[in-house]
Design a protein around this ligand. Structure first.
Ligand code: CA2
Length: 153
């Protein structure tokens, strides 16, 4: 007898961006390119909208990002793409939030943090993420989502 195929459940992923990334495309295009955060959102929706639910969140405030990670864990989302921006290099709170959430997370940096100032070479959040993508520009967000979609339960 043919086995019934399991019901299809669309996965949900959150794309989190930290301090100053709301300025994307408006300043420092030589480092971060000329696309805005809104451009990134519409490009990611165009690419993945048919196969995944995407939730976008940007904040300039550490506590808001911590609260968001906790809410996403409660909601049981399938994964998180996080560019913690400067908080990557400083925030024990963000690291603890990710570690305690049990969420599958991929860290993304638009620029190659290892080609930049030494203080950017250390990521406090990388050890609690599945992977880090750095220096691919906005393509890093696409690569992270592709990975999260293909892997996991
Ligand atoms: O390369 C990245 O994606 C970073 O996470 C960006 C952060 C930086 O602190 C990290 O070291 C690497 C900075 C984000 C600020 O973005 C701006 C974009 C346009 C104009 C001003 C800031």
């Amino acid at each position: 007898m043919a086995r019934a195929s399991p019901a299809f459940r669309m996965k949900t992923f959150a794309i989190l961006n930290g301090p100053n990334l709301d300025r994307l495309g408006k300043r420092e295009p030589h480092i971060y390119g000329s696309a805005t955060l809104a451009d990134l959102e519409s490009q990611l929706r165009a690419e993945f909208g048919a196969v995944a639910r995407l939730e976008f969140f940007q904040s300039n405030h550490e506590g808001e990002l911590v609260d968001k990670i906790s809410a996403l864990a409660e909601a049981g989302v399938d994964g998180v793409v996080i560019n913690g921006a400067a908080l990557t290099h400083t925030s024990v709170a963000l690291r603890d939030a990710l570690a305690g959430s049990g969420l599958r997370a991929v860290e993304v940096h638009i620029s190659n943090i290892y080609k930049r100032e030494e203080f950017r070479h250390k990521s406090l959040t990388a050890p609690v993420c599945l992977a880090v993508i750095t220096g691919l520009g906005l393509e890093g967000y696409f690569a992270a989502l592709r990975f999260l979609l293909k892997s996991g339960a």
